[in-house]
Design a binder for this molecule. Sequence first.
Ligand code: GLN
Length: 215
Amino acid sequence: SLRIGVLALQGGFIEHVNMIRSLGAQCQELRSSAQIKQYKPHGLILPGGESTAMAIIASNDPELFPLIKDLVHKEGVSVYGTCAGCIMLSDNVEKQKQGGQTLIGGLDLTISRNYFGRQINSFETVLKLKIGGEDHGEVVDFPGIFIRAPAILSVNNPEIKILGEFQHVKKDKTTETIITGVSYKNMVTTVFHPELTNDNRFHKYFIDIVKRNVK
Ligand code: GLN
């Protein structure tokens, strides 16, 4: 059966493990390059947490990020980045907010960390997401949990599929449309946290992408 690994350096990895297992795939927490090589995941989840902290922990294992880059960009292993994981897969993190963390990259989009403000500005809403139906072209309502979330401000490659958008009303009452998730080849991201809901449709969507990309 399919093997999904969840990078478990820091952050919210347990919830992803539980959700993937509820869908009948194998799933393991992975903490080092050695564990990844041994487990040989077909799909990898980069969870939410603190992207700066993750990068610091990862630097103890200098092979780790290069290995993940190889798997994702050369071997075609599918990857799903949630929130901090989405930041790690982005090519352009708004400079003043990057915090200098090492990134994995691959998605040519611009992302802004902590876009909605601090912890107290975390919120829940209902999102429209294009992940429904057999071909994942249908829009469904999906619970959106945002925790010190980043926002995708633009995608710079027209081949990146936008899964959903959200109208954010700012303090000065103007609105800005932000992108809540994208999909491109073997890469998927969301700035919100489906693993914290009891709705496993997003993880099902990811598993379908993993299956499609298994050689
Ligand atoms: N604020 C975090 C970061 O910048 C992301 C928050 C999250 O993953 N819930 O890395």
